[in-house]
Write a protein that binds this ligand. Structure first.
Ligand SMILES: Nc1ncnc2c1ncn2[C@@H]1O[C@H](COP(=O)(O)OP(=O)(O)O)[C@@H](O)[C@H]1O
Ligand SMILES: [Mg+2]
Length: 269
């Protein structure tokens, strides 16, 4: 049976799509058949970050409306075995996702996949609710700043009250905190919240800390998930995160200000 994981946040622009692409790719690299589903109807960012935007023919809404089947619509990644994308539609209205439709598609995917990763839109309206409703686990993407933490707190409330698991009285969604765009220098200066601050406020288990990194921008410009850039700090931090999601104990990295050596001071890095 597939595990459904929602990547959510409340706030926009915190790194949900970046994280969905990286974590989905990481799970597939670890040998698990994985599909990343873009719930962000109208924006369609995931296929850009995955570098498959030119291969989109049909989309999630087409499948829900019965205009195409999953086989026609899923895009198989060309680099990584076991990895598929279900793209969002660009033009339709945001209410095109119905609970019954989403459930039908997820059930069909669940027969074939180990992991279904749901990339949520921002906000707490219907699109975001739809992305989290059927989840077994949630990755709550949060930036170390007050507004992001506040929105994550609201989403954590939604996870425990507005999900199928909550409505059916099942064991709650397993929640993981993923702190992204972490900049130790700015934390040291007191301009950003620290890992400990955020952990204390949100009080859910920390699954990873992703540093603020130029590698993320490079990756999205080249349509290659940052986790495939194995030499980069952000890529390594996502690799660690995926291992933790799979139950391994991996120490946190990239939490402190790196003292730059002579070579790095001159050549950057
Ligand atoms: N760790 C990071 N370091 C630097 N930039 C990042 C990082 N994570 C995300 N970004 C940037 O932040 C912006 C929003 O990311 P995105 O994943 O689209 O967020 P969301 O899906 O939550 O709206 C993008 O420009 C992305 O490149
Ligand atoms: Mg997004």
């Amino acid at each position: 049976m597939a595990k459904i994981i929602v990547v959510t946040s409340g706030k926009g622009g915190v790194g949900k799509t970046t994280s969905s692409a990286a974590i989905g790719t990481g799970l597939a690299l670890a040998g698990h058949k994985t599909v990343i589903v873009d719930f962000d109807i109208g924006l369609r960012n995931l296929d850009l970050i995955m570098g498959c935007e030119r291969r989109v023919v049909y989309d999630f809404v087409n499948v829900i409306n019965g205009e195409a089947n999953l086989k026609q619509t899923l895009i198989k990644d060309k680099r990584v075995d076991n990895l598929f994308i279900l793209p969002a539609s660009q033009t339709r209205d945001k209410d095109a996702l119905t609970k019954e439709g989403v459930e039908r598609v997820l059930n069909e995917l669940a027969q074939d996949f180990d992991f279904i990763l749901c990339d949520s839109p921002a906000g707490i309206e219907s699109g975001a609710m739809m992305a989290l409703y059927f989840a077994d686990e949630a990755v709550v993407v949060t930036n170390p700043e007050v507004s992001s933490v506040r929105d994550s707190d609201r989403i954590i409330g939604m996870l425990s009250s507005k999900s199928r698991r909550a409505e059916q009285g099942l064991e709650g969604i397993k929640e993981h905190l993923l702190l992204t765009r972490y900049n130790p220098e700015r934390v040291q200066k007191g301009e950003m919240l620290s890992v400990e601050d955020v952990k204390e406020i949100l009080a859910i288990e920390l699954i990873g800390v992703i540093p603020e990194s130029q590698a993320v921008l490079n990756a999205s410009n080249s349509g290659q998930p940052v986790i495939m850039d194995k030499d980069s700090d952000a890529g390594q931090a996502y690799l660690d995160t995926v291992q933790r999601l799979l139950g391994e104990k991996v120490p946190l990295r990239f939490l402190t200000v790196e003292k730059k050596g002579f070579i790095k001071r001159i050549f950057g890095g």
